[in-house]
Write a protein that binds this ligand. Structure first.
Ligand code: HOZ
Length: 427
């Protein structure tokens, strides 16, 4: 594959952008090689600067659930842009968005729009602290809730990819207030809650983890978190930045039938524009300024272009619930095809899947937490990644990220992917 233009752009980018990228995993550091610079995307395909075409399994890390450049979404953005792109004052679109969210998602009474998943999680934790008057939070190893200080302790995603254990710049005080437990290990949670009784403001969890590959919750784990939060008056925060509007219209809360106190969103909710949101029980959300004293604000929050992209995407999902079953069916098809070709190779592997999230770990052990995710053969993953890329299949450039399916993927795309995997796994 000729990627001379990406090489040139990467050289140029490194002169003015740290590492040549604006988000670390994109730099291909762990898989090696040159990151592809993307020129355009349509449906299930990405096109790089040289014009090479790739079947996309990143979907912009989740948002492009309908496929790229969806006609209705693009038209809505274009029409809205002619009315100016930001006012710094309320618009009817923000009400429409809030009504859509509270209508689609169970247990969300009030919702505040922000600009990213990081902002959403950071604000939700501040709110939980303000509401409870407690300082500590409990998060899970290998989970990633954005790059706010409190979350960069034993975090997944780019930190796992780049093997960053401690982040310079995070004060000891902040780190001390972040407790961590292994995902899917309720006794470890119980022990921490007992030890820090009355001190924990919130437990924040990715209900289906997607930042150490895809790692679904074990049976009963989330229910147990719900119960202990009720008993100890801890705010349960579901980080649905990845799973929100992806697993079901009501996200993991609906799919798994569990109520969180606060929920955070990003990705799909913005239809490919920068949007985040947090919402939840009225009693807690009423502590946000201007109703309460927990301050949170943003010049571009509720931006009209971002709102219209998100609203259009959510409406399409709401009006066409079959999209969810189609996506799930495609993911199941991919799973069984990959399984078929990988089992013919003499190598250990585990495929995890939930809804339209899937990932392959090159390890024979079940992957249920960060420890088991970490023993994956990353060298093997890197060879597999490049083998796929060479054949026009664009996977996340990290063994610690979930793949996201988009509904523009055709059975032919999936078959091509499975065929490519047979070859990539044998290299
Ligand atoms: N942290 C994102 C995936 N978990 C990657 C974001 C990006 O590089 O665009």
């Amino acid at each position: 594959m000729e990627i001379s233009k990406s090489r040139e752009l990467f050289e140029r980018a490194q002169k003015t952008i740290p590492g040549g990228v604006n988000s670390p995993v994109r730099a291909f550091r762990s898989v090696g090689g040159t990151p592809l610079f993307i020129n355009k995307a349509r449906g299930s395909y990405l096109y790089d600067a040289n014009g090479n075409k790739y079947i996309d399994y990143i979907a912009s890390w989740g948002p492009m659930i309908l496929g790229h450049a969806h006609e209705q979404v693009i038209k809505a953005i274009q029409e809205r842009a002619t009315l100016s792109t930001s006012y710094g004052a309320p618009t009817e679109l923000e009400i429409e968005m809030a009504e859509l969210i509270t209508g689609m998602v169970p247990h969300v009474d009030l919702v505040r729009m922000v600009n990213s998943g990081t902002e959403a999680c950071m604000s939700a934790v501040r709110l939980a602290r303000g509401f409870t008057g407690r300082n500590k939070i409990l998060k899970f190893e290998g989970h990633y809730h954005g790059h706010a200080d409190s979350f960069l302790v034993k975090a997944g995603s780019g930190l796992a990819t780049l093997e960053i254990q401690t982040v310079p710049g995070i004060t000891a005080g902040v780190a001390q207030d972040t407790l961590t437990a292994p995902f899917n290990n309720f006794p470890a949670v119980e022990e921490l809650v007992k030890k820090y009784s009355g001190e924990i403001a919130a437990i924040i969890v990715e209900p289906v983890a997607g930042n150490m590959g895809c790692v679904p919750p074990s049976a009963g784990f989330l229910e147990s978190l719900r119960n202990i939060c009720d008993q100890e008056k801890i705010v349960l925060i579901f980080d649905e930045v990845m799973t929100g509007f992806r697993l079901a219209p009501g996200g993991a809360q609906e799919k798994l039938g569990i109520r969180a106190d606060l929920v955070t969103y990003g990705k799909v909710i913005g239809g490919g524009l920068p949007v985040g949101a947090f919402g939840g029980r009225r009693e807690i959300m009423e502590h946000i300024a201007p109703l309460g004293k927990v301050y949170q604000a943003g010049t571009l929050s509720g931006n009209p272009l971002a709102m219209i992209a998100g609203i259009t995407t959510l409406k399409i999902l709401k009006e066409n619930p079959s999209i969810y079953s189609e996506l799930e069916e495609k993911t199941r098809y991919l799973h069984s095809g990959l399984d078929e070709v990988l089992k013919k190779q003499d190598l250990p592997y585990t495929i995890n899947r939930f809804g339209s999230m899937i990932s392959v770990h090159f390890s024979g052990r079940p992957v249920k937490d960060f420890e088991s995710a970490s023993i994956t053969d990353t060298a093997r993953f890197n060879r597999f990644f490049h083998g796929m890329l060479e054949q026009g299949i664009y996977l996340p450039p990290s063994a610690f990220e979930s793949w996201f399916l988009n509904n523009a993927l055709s059975i032919r795309d999936l078959d091509e992917t499975i065929e490519a995997a047979a070859q990539a796994a044998s290299s």
